[in-house]
Design a protein around this ligand. Structure first.
Ligand SMILES: C[S@@+](CC[C@H](N)C(=O)[O-])C[C@H]1O[C@@H](n2cnc3c(N)ncnc32)[C@H](O)[C@@H]1O
Length: 264
């Protein structure tokens, strides 16, 4: 059984077991992209940073937008390519993929800019190592956005109750059918909080019937909302929409999510 060490994106099958059916954000992103001025995204693609296995890329492309998905994880892109193969020809033609680290290969994206819009969805910004890297990325994205376009993102806000959990205990027990073998996988998570570095570590364990395990680990750099707001303001964005969920609820104390539409 492959050892995944700590890369949660090295095996698209495990990612999709966890997240393929997560859909609370899909309507919000599809609607935003569909509301771009008519024809805009046929002329210019929408850039999705960290497109993964296409959970959002595909519904947005099916709704008519042209997408450029970038991801550094070959397996995630392979998962997306497999799904694309069973899409209608016009959807396939609307999706282009680049395997690259967007923090390091910005020239490859700059040459395709400007984009009708840029999406940085589903907590991907927590993979930035810290505020300096996040600030640099926000500054880099801004000139990539065409007139009338936007940067849309969503991320977690710190959840102190979650971080208080016993790091040795098993949480969220569940069973999955492994599409690779048909076996039943027993799965659970463990997590711990590095308060000094503000990193939430989450370990996902998948146990096979023979007792062997595959493990993946997410390390998410967390930010308080005022810090995020000041980073986006310093990078020159105007916050057009700010909510704590995809229904547009105003951000309240204790909010665990930030959903934002930013204008350059
Ligand atoms: C939480 S997943 C989101 C995937 C997809 N957008 C979705 O909503 O299901 C984050 C994705 O960002 C990718 N990613 C993280 N940092 C990246 C970087 N610096 N460059 C390129 N891709 C990155 C990961 O490989 C992963 O596929």
């Amino acid at each position: 059984m492959g050892n995944l060490d700590d890369d949660p994106y090295r095996e698209h099958v495990l990612y999709d077991l966890e997240y393929a059916h997560h859909d609370e954000d899909v309507g919000w992103y599809v609607q935003l992209c569909s509301a771009l001025p008519s024809g805009t995204s046929a002329l210019r693609p929408i850039l999705e940073l960290g497109c993964g296995t296409g959970r959002l890329t595909l519904p947005i492309a099916r709704a008519g937008a042209t997408m450029l998905g970038v991801d550094r994880a070959p397996s995630m892109l392979e998962g997306l390519r497999r799904k694309l193969a069973s899409e209608a020809a016009e959807v396939r033609q609307r999706v282009r993929l680049i395997e690259a680290d967007y923090l390091r290969s910005q020239d490859a994206l700059s040459t395709s800019a400007p984009f009708a819009a840029v999406l940085w969805p589903f907590n991907a910004l927590h993979h930035c190592a810290g505020p300096e890297q996040l600030a640099a990325m926000l500054a880099q994205i801004r000139p990539w956005i065409a007139e009338g376009g936007f940067l849309a993102l969503d991320c977690y806000l710190p959840d102190l109750d979650l971080y208080d959990r016993d790091p040795k205990a098993r949480y969220e027990p569940r069973t999955f059918e492994d599409p690779r073998s048909g076996e039943v996988l027993e799965s659970w998570e463990q997590g711990w909080w590095d308060a000094e570095r503000r990193i939430h570590h989450v370990l996902y364990v998948y146990e096979h019937p023979d007792g062997s395990q595959e493990r993946t680990q997410l390390s998410l750099r967390m930010y308080e909302l005022p810090e995020l707001q000041s980073l986006v303001a310093d990078a020159g964005y105007r916050v057009e929409r700010s909510a704590m969920d995809f229904e547009g609820s105003p951000v309240m104390p204790g909010a665990l999510k930030w959903v934002a539409l930013l204008r350059p």
